[in-house]
Design a protein around this ligand. Structure first.
Ligand SMILES: [Zn+2]
Length: 160
């Protein structure tokens, strides 16, 4: 489901950027699509990367289909391109596909990272506070930080 949503978004953005003649529009579309799909999926990084890859892979035919639809309904006329040999066109198509897969995969990976920050980026060792005591006073039971020798509540000496 999230893949489908990502695909539609990737296709729409890709076509929109292509029409406005922004270079690598498809790749940007795939990237955003992969990112959105990953965010919707709410899964681990490995899974979202695969989802992003799929979005990137399939966003190309989806984008092409939308573009065809827009062109055939006369909403948009593509600029006249000079005769391009098939071999060049094929290379361009493969390159575009690879870039879109890359965009989608990076988007998916990024979505996974946003959803699941690595342990290193999480709040490092919160300072000891009464809400999260490391030990308790032997006399009054007040929460104390590790290494506290005198209880701040009752003044009792704590065993080390
Ligand atoms: Zn105490």
């Amino acid at each position: 489901m999230s893949v489908l949503t990502g695909l539609v978004i990737a296709g729409l953005i890709g076509v929109l950027l292509d029409i406005t003649e922004i270079p690598a529009g498809g790749a940007i579309g795939a990237f955003v699509g992969g990112l959105v799909a990953a965010l919707l999926l709410y899964a681990g990084r490995g899974k979202t990367t695969i989802i992003g890859f799929l979005v990137g892979l399939f966003s190309f035919p989806v984008e092409l289909t939308i573009l065809m639809g827009v062109v055939t309904s006369n909403l948009y006329t593509p600029p006249q391109v000079p005769e391009i040999p098939w071999s060049v066109l094929l290379v361009a198509l493969v390159a575009t596909l690879l870039i879109q897969i890359m965009g989608g995969t990076i988007g998916g990976l990024l979505g996974g990272i946003i959803r699941h920050p690595s342990p290193g980026t999480e709040v490092p060792n919160p300072p000891p506070s009464p809400q999260c005591p490391e030990k308790y006073c032997i006399q009054c039971g007040a929460g104390l930080a590790n290494g506290t020798s005198i209880c701040h509540a009752c003044g009792a000496k704590q065993p080390s």
